[in-house]
Write a protein that binds this ligand. Sequence first.
Ligand code: GLU
Length: 561
Amino acid sequence: MNSKDLANLIFPNINLTIDDLEKRYPKRDLPEGAMVTRFAPSPTGFLHTGSLFTSLISARFAKQSDGVFYIRLEDTDTKREIEGSGESLIKQLAVFDVIPDEGYLSDSEEKGNYGPYKQSMRSEIYNTVIKHLIEIGRAYPCFASQEELAELRKKQEALKEIPGYYGKYAIYRDLPIDEAIKRINNGDPYIIRFKSMGDHNNKISFHDEIRGDLELTQNDQDIVILKSDGLPTYHFAHLCDDHFMHTTVVTRGEEWLPSLPIHLELFDTLGFERPKYAHFPVIMKVEDGNRRKLSKRKDAEAACSYFLEKGYPKYGFIEYLLTIANSNYEGWRNVNLDKSPYDFKLTFDKMSLDGALFDIEKVESISKERMAYRKASELELEVETWAKEYNKEFYDKIINNREFITNILNIEREKDNPRKDYAKYSDIYPIISFFYNDIYDSIDKNTLDWTVMKSKGEFKEVDKKVIKNLLTEYLDTYNVEVDEDTWFNNLKDLSAKYLFTSDRKAYKANPNDFNGQVGDAAGFIRLCLAGRKNTPNIYYVQKILGKNEVVRRINSIIEKF
Ligand code: GLU
């Protein structure tokens, strides 16, 4: 009996060879320098912000080089799998523009010629390669029980040896083939291990696209390649997949760097050309002055769903991710505001090595800046799409009158220096809900704060009668058909009559000569119209509400004075 017999016994139904697979998955016909990259999520839960970062940047590298970006679902860890999470990952990625050229799209759909793109469907491929490894004596069945493995560990601990299954501790690697065949025929449970030829006293050199030249300890572990459930482990599966899918650069998180020597040995053993590797930095966060990894358990922002729920605009968030990807992105953006962020050419050498720092304030400031320059009609659509999913009350109001919300969003928008009120869609409704009559009517008007500007550290209360008279006269002469400056000048004149001055100096010198300043008078109008002190520009608020509603609102309040 020889290794071929053993391979046939283990894989009686595998008739393919590696050559057959090479023919089935021929080299891709791509221009020189085109990168083939991939994102290979495991369907074990929500989309992590770090994964979005990795996938977005991987996709950009492929796109900017006219290459291919694909998605492969790595679902071989059935114990950790969460049903439906593969499909939801794809949907969330799409929201952030990460759309694969090929690959897994849903459990029933995929596109591309290098599939299947779901690992659980690729057993024939893995088994063909493993069969070959057994035939050439570089893989073997291991019958070690949990007890045997525990004993090994104990022994290694006592001797202060490196833990694991290797060399003399790999108790089944030299089991005679006849013996192995007997045990298999006997129904003994087993897994398949790779037979390493490495030595942990040796170093190997490797060039990582981001980290440069590295010295790594050679692998000597006989790692498991096929588990007892018949599915391969990540180490082995990724190698087969990245080879037959012709990935040119494996872009993945730096947590995989320590297992790189295993992967390199596997590639070399099979005579497969090594792909390039780029190990992306982990996303970090500063807490109490210390850096730590963004954590699934502690940080809401570790899940992409957080940004979707809060409604951070994708263009703001994507730009933020580009700023942490390449240190020169921001400088480029500042002088290329008219271009698409995707015109920026990412490079591996500008990626940080010691962890990309996640900064929510920066996300907010970029988003604010970008949202301010959206057209109101574009923003209306974005907000509508967001509200449909996350704020039903707002959504109903939007679709009830789209023009109304567009007008609201348009306040002071198309200026050279537009207002930067909103960092995310969820910021909008709390600021503008007063425009809607039912919301306005539900405000408790008794709690409105009529105190006027601070003068010399004290609040000066104005007699409500004065306010009433001012507002009554304001309504009598109400006119917003004039331009904003004229309206404001009229307000100044009216305010002056009621001793709300626009002469700041005079007020400062003798505050007791006045009831307040013109800003206070404007503040009263604002309070009447919105029930709050901060609103978008009230000249426009009034124009959008319309005269009848302005009169109704102001009267409803001064009647109570
Ligand atoms: N399935 C692996 C993970 O989710 C992917 C690693 C890789 O990209 O190769 O971490």
